[in-house]
Design a binder for this molecule. Structure first.
Ligand code: 13P
Length: 245
């Protein structure tokens, strides 16, 4: 049985007072059975650790534990302060910061070495979808980004399928499009070391809102959501978690 996960990716948003308002609105989540996780800006991680109703993690981390990497975030330090997970390979990291499959692979392995759960993000652009390349893109991102894992990593990597054309556009994938990509992703995981494909949690991301999450989660291979805009307000995040029951 795969547990539903609702993960908020706050990206480069939220001031300290907005964070406090979020948690006032959110209240307690004791009635909610889904796992509720949030990746704030790194400067707010310490603040979020005080709120036991969620687990918090990073939006990105470095491929090394320490050293001359100005501006980067050490996975060892993330673990040290109590972070639970890190995203790796979000499409904004791939496109704006030109992070390659090779670098993302190194980041994944280093995060796992530090006992962080990795949420590894994949997804095609609109151009690639229109050229019928969805499966080719997913296969290549998964195989290249997840090289070198082994049986000790089973259960430590979550996959997030985020079609780039659905991110921040209000153009959510249809439940059928998402299910098809998730099912394919699960089939690719069958042949990658470090995964028990049937037990792997696969999240959908891209314009998920409280009013469309139910339709997405009613599909067999969709185990939760990675949410940007709709995770920024406490009430909306709570609604997502409640709808996901
Ligand atoms: P939106 O939910 O704002 O479309 O963002 C999705 C996303 O990129 C989550 O990582």
């Amino acid at each position: 049985m795969r547990q539903v996960h609702i993960v908020g990716n706050w990206k480069m948003n939220q001031t300290t007072s907005e964070v406090d308002t979020f948690f006032k609105e959110l209240g307690d989540l004791s009635e909610v059975s889904a796992q509720a996780w949030i990746a704030p800006q790194a400067i707010h991680l310490d603040r979020l650790l005080k709120f036991p109703q969620i687990k918090c993690g990073a939006q990105n981390c470095a491929q090394n534990d320490s050293g001359a990497f100005t501006g980067e975030l050490s996975p060892k330090s993330l673990k040290d302060i109590g972070a639970h997970f890190t995203l790796v390979g979000h499409s904004e990291r791939r496109s704006i910061y030109k992070e390659s499959d090779e670098l993302l692979n190194a980041k994944t392995l280093k995060a796992l070495e530090n006992d962080l759960v990795v949420i590894f993000c994949v997804g095609e652009t609109l151009e690639q979808r229109e050229a019928n390349q969805v499966e080719t893109v997913l296969k290549s991102q998964l195989e290249n980004g997840l090289r070198g894992l082994n049986s000790t990593h089973i259960g430590k990597v979550i996959i997030a399928y985020e079609p780039v054309w659905a991110i921040g556009t209000g153009k959510v994938a249809t439940p059928e499009q998402a299910q098809q990509a998730h099912k394919y992703t699960r089939s690719v995981l069958e042949s990658i070391d470090g995964f028990s494909a049937q037990e792997t949690i696969i999240l959908y991301g891209g314009s998920v809102k409280p009013d469309n999450i139910k339709g997405l989660l009613s599909n067999e291979d969709i185990d939760g959501a990675l949410v940007g805009g709709a995770s920024l307000k406490g009430q909306s995040f709570k609604d997502l978690c409640t709808q996901a029951q």
